[in-house]
Design a binder for this molecule. Sequence first.
Ligand code: BGC
Length: 781
Amino acid sequence: MKNYIVHDAWKVIEKGFFAQNNKISESLCSIGNGKMGQRANFEEQYTGATLRGSYVAGLYYPDKTRVGWWKNGYPEYFAKVLNATNWIGIDVQVNGEILDLAKWKVIDFYRELDMQKGLLSRSFIAENGKGEQVKVSSRRFLSMRESDAGAIEYSVTALNFDGNLRIEPYLDGDVFNEDANYDEKFWTEISKERSAAKNTGLLLMETKKTQFRLATAMQIDLLKNGQNHNIELKVISRDKYVSNVYQTEIQKGDTVTVFKYVVNAASIHFATETMVEDAKLILDRIHKKGFEILLAEHIEKWKEIWDDADVIIEGDVAAQQGIRFNIFQLYQTYTGEDERLNIGPKGFTGEKYGGVTYWDTEAYCLPFYLKTTDAQVARNLLIYRYKHLQKAIENAEKLGFKNGAALYPMVTINGEECHNEWEITFEEIHRNGAIAHAIFKYINYTGDEYYLAEYGLEVLIAISRFWKQRVNWSEDKQKYVMLGVTGPNEYENNVNNNWYTNTVAKWTLQYTLDGMEKVKSKHPELFKSILKKVKFNQFEDTDEAGAWFDIIDNMYFPVDEVRNVFLQQDGFLDKIIEPVTALPVNERPINQNWSWDRILRSCYIKQADVLQGLYFLENQYDMDTIRRNFDFYEPITVHESSLSPCVHSILAARLGYKEKAYELYLRTSRLDLDDYNNDTEDGCHITSMAGTWMSVVEGFAGLRNEGDTLFLRPFLPDQWEAFSFTIQFRSARLKLSIQHKTITIENISKVNVSLVLFDEKHIIPAGETLKQNIEGSVIAL
Ligand code: BGC
């Protein structure tokens, strides 16, 4: 746990240079625009601890799998999003000495990420061994409007000396991934261009094996004391590198400012034959606009996002900063315009998890995008999986399943499984359930029933086929059982009858059957063609629906009759059940202190498992059931996945455990800002950030929906004075504000909205406001 980030409602601020925390700050202050991201590395050279990272979405490398012991069925490679051409670099030399904050004395260091503007800035004074001082200030952003472009303003002032200043803005494609399995470099240079006359440079790089191309183009403007400046200029190029070098004599008080405009044109967005020319055209356009106009456009775009997605918390700056940080990072990572892209657990802020897609997207991120923006964004996330359906069928075939059964990968970028730990790759199959449930969530929230006919049903049928083949009939139990699985709680492996997995399997079968009925009655022609396409009842199984009904009716679920709770898996009660509070503090987190076998034998739970099921399917269980299970499982949960506290916080809020809900909320909301788990240097926990937002909206505000009716059951945490947010619901937009005594719901849209506040039904006409006091009586409508 660290506490060096200054609390501020809109900014992430580091005052003073904390070299030991540099990699953390680099993660925290990362910038991105959905298409690419950049850690908050310094522009100038830095020989201290750093993880240099510029990542371009969708460009990956199939890094050959590395395991101690090969198991049949392991994927051949782990696809990882690549560290790409370093576009930010600007080397500085003062009288021949390289500016390097690891070697120079650093005075008045200040790094700031302005989340309202999406702008990273930095300033400091640095002093070399001769006492020569320079003042440096920089600003940079990756444009939300010009989504292939970024810009940097970098100024150097001579504070107390006259002499020579050498500035070298460059593009460097000779980069590596820290997480490369065999220390291999993934890029080769195809070509480069440079022009001293135009102050431009361009590097065209290509990935090995996958042959993705990236054309990075830069243009430099140089000013001395605010005036355009022509100075001696030299172009340097070596393999994978191109730079323009500026040398000038400066006097005490002089300031030299570099504007570096950059375009990263990736071959997934541009045709290979034209991408270099395209990059140059965009570069020309952004250069003509200039830094301030580009920045103003970028801020305008962020304003639109904030208007839709902001959560305002009054009376608690730390909480305000926390929630905005989460929203900001999510929108930097994924903007939802391109259905080929998705959300890696670390986004563009680090390399852990390879930038690839997990079940996190469907289970955690989808509800955030559903409620904060246009439905098309969540739809694109679903279509991503639809497009991977054939690969998911092939993935299942590799493991011996057949007849159109699909097992979606635990991690993927192109649809193929990349994960190579047997207990997860082969056994953590509950991911299929989250993908099916996401279809339900989307349709339930948006009302876009046609999605089912257009895409959803095919996916559901393929997943249902998988469940059908994955269960087996137990003569002993006279029930269907599911053996050898890992549930969401990865602190148990190879268990039988994980309650959550059995539950989502049964749920999927039922939802698929219901979906088939709906599509059949509403779109009979389409229904016929879907059945034909998936060869329904045409494989060995001639009554697929009948087989699914049989499983639904006869699925086995472990329960504890005495406590009246669902059991996480068979045999769970053989464990010694002791609360987390009995654990010595110095043994936590247990994943860093205990041997794996000890973790597996213990009762301790990494993240919501039974409770994940109760969260997903809350409307199927009464409050007493949820309470009994929460009271049993939460005290033995160590929350060592960042995905854990939010689900517990939401359930706690639902149960009226307000303090618990708030305590768990705090663990997610500032997880990265305070480096709670000691791992922010690897990157931020992007996917769990959506869970933080859900803790506010689904937890504290108690928002649910069934069909076109919204339900709200808000409360205000004691530590806050008020909180408010806006949601998108079908064609309506509502602004909710929860104060100590009143709840205000403004219908800021053109349609009437019907909602149930606590237990009372209201219709709020378009443009009207409902104001109610917390005891329930309506003040005004
Ligand atoms: C969690 C998984 C999650 C993955 C990526 C793991 O620690 O247990 O549920 O999908 O991290 O966030």
